[in-house]
Design a protein around this ligand. Structure first.
Ligand code: CMP
Length: 138
């Protein structure tokens, strides 16, 4: 199992003042933060990052949402990082997210769902490299 995953705290959670609470939950759950920044995606960035979804009916909405304000991007380290982090964030749809998960606590809707978590070790590496240069990863 891989040791790293990539996450974003999405614009809704940043707007709602949840950066601190979410980072606290992440570190309290045993993840080490090895890269971290407040940044904003351009339309081009978001279209590239979410290219796998570009045929979906919600693609335009997703790009609009992800670019509307700053996000927090981070690389997290832990044994079984990808799978353990997806458990910590809960289901994509917050109404289906387990009690106490980050989406259960902080997400608004299936689109505005507070956090991203990579779905595989391969994508974690690709997504981390999309946001961070080598000298920003510790
Ligand atoms: P995430 O899994 O991080 O990456 C893909 C995103 O697409 C997902 O989070 C949601 O924010 C968004 N998404 C998935 N399904 C829908 C939907 N039915 N309507 C709007 N957005 C969606």
């Amino acid at each position: 199992a891989g040791k790293r995953t990539f996450t974003m705290i999405k614009p809704d959670a940043v707007e709602n003042g949840h950066i601190g609470a979410i980072l606290e939950k992440i570190t309290a759950s045993g993840f080490n933060i090895v890269a971290l920044k407040l940044t904003q995606l351009s339309k081009r960035d978001a279209e590239e990052f979410y290219a796998v979804h570009n045929e979906r009916p919600f693609f335009g909405e997703l790009v609009e949402f992800m670019t509307r304000g700053p996000i927090v991007a981070a690389i997290l380290e832990k044994e079984n990082a990808v799978s353990d982090f997806r458990t910590l964030i809960g289901a994509t749809n917050p109404s289906e997210a387990a009690e106490g998960t980050i989406r259960n606590l902080y997400a608004t809707s299936i689109g505005e769902n507070a956090v991203h978590g990579s779905d595989s070790d391969e994508n974690a590496a690709i997504e981390g490299a999309f946001h961070f240069s080598g000298r920003e990863i510790f």
